[in-house]
Design a protein around this ligand. Structure first.
Ligand SMILES: C[S@@+](CC[C@H](N)C(=O)[O-])C[C@H]1O[C@@H](n2cnc3c(N)ncnc32)[C@H](O)[C@@H]1O
Length: 199
C-alpha cells in the first residue's frame, strides 16, 4: 500500500464552489491533479494507493484506489467527487467517516487526525525540497508520503509533521508541483530506487 497526504491550505470546506473555477476554489485544480497523479495510470488504476486531501485542516477527503469508481483523468470530475463529499459533511461526526460515493470518504479531521489514522500503516515520509536524497535511500515498504500544495508548510505543521515523520525525502534538485512530486515518488518505488526498469 502507498498513501499520499496532500495538505490543501486554502481548500474549500463547503460544497459552495464552482466547478468552472477550480484554481479560485483554493487551488482545487492542483489538489485534484494530485488525486489523479497518485491513483491513475494510462488506462488503469493503482489499486494499492490511498490519497488523502486535507482541506484547510478541517476535513479530509480520501480516495481508495481499490474501490473508487468514476475517477477520470480530468480535474473537473474529480472536483465533483470532492464537492459531493463536502455536500455530506454534516454526516461526518468525530472520526466517523461518510462515504458519499464508492471509494471516496470524508472525515472531520485535519492534518493531525489524518496522520493519527495512518500511524500504524507504514513509515511517514515528508516530501520536502530540503531532505535526504531519494537516491541515497532504499524505497520504504508501505510508505505514507506527505506533501504541501502550492504553499510551504507552516511552522506549526512542520512541528506536527516532525513528530510523526520518519524521514524527510528530497526527490531532486528542482522544486516541483505537488502532483509532479507524486509522479516521481511513484517512479522511485516502481523502479526499486531508480534502478530496475524491467516491466
Ligand atoms: C510547489 S511545492 C510547495 C511550495 C514550494 N516550497 C515553493 O516554494 O514553491 C509542493 C510540494 O511538492 C513537494 N515537492 C516539490 N518539490 C520537491 C522535491 N524536489 N523533493 C521533494 N518534494 C518536493 C513538497 O511536498 C512540496 O511541499
Amino acid at each position: 500500500m502507498r498513501q499520499f497526504i496532500v495538505v490543501g491550505h486554502d481548500a474549500p470546506t463547503t460544497a459552495e464552489f464552482s466547478l468552472d473555477d477550480l484554481p479560485g476554489a483554493g487551488r482545487l485544480d492542483l489538489l485534484t491533479r494530485c488525486v489523479t497523479s497518485s491513483l491513475l495510470l494510462s488506462h488503469g488504476i493503482r489499486e494499492d494507493v490511498r490519497t488523502h486531501l486535507v482541506l484547510s485542516d478541517a476535513f479530509t477527503v480520501s480516495f481508495d484506489g481499490s474501490a473508487v469508481q468514476r475517477l477520470n483523468p480530468d480535474e473537473r470530475s474529480t472536483a465533483a467527487l470532492v464537492r459531493n463529499a463536502l455536500d455530506q459533511r454534516e454526516e461526518a461526526v468525530g472520526r466517523m467517516a461518510v462515504e458519499p460515493s464508492p471509494g471516496v470518504s470524508l472525515t472531520r479531521v485535519g492534518l493531525d487526525g489524518t496522520l493519527d489514522a495512518v500511524a500504524d500503516d507504514g513509515p511517514v515520509c515528508l516530501l520536502h525540497e530540503d531532505g535526504t536524497s531519494a537516491a541515497e535511500l532504499d524505497p520504504p515498504a508501505d510508505p505514507v508520503f506527505v506533501l504541501s500544495d502550492h504553499r510551504d508548510f507552516g511552522e506549526a505543521e512542520l512541528s506536527v509533521l516532525d513528530e510523526h515523520a520518519d524521514r524527510r525525502v528530497t526527490l531532486g534538485p528542482e522544486r516541483l508541483h505537488a502532483d509532479q512530486a507524486i509522479t516521481v515518488a511513484h517512479n522511485w518505488l516502481d523502479t526499486e530506487g531508480f534502478s530496475d526498469y524491467s516491466q
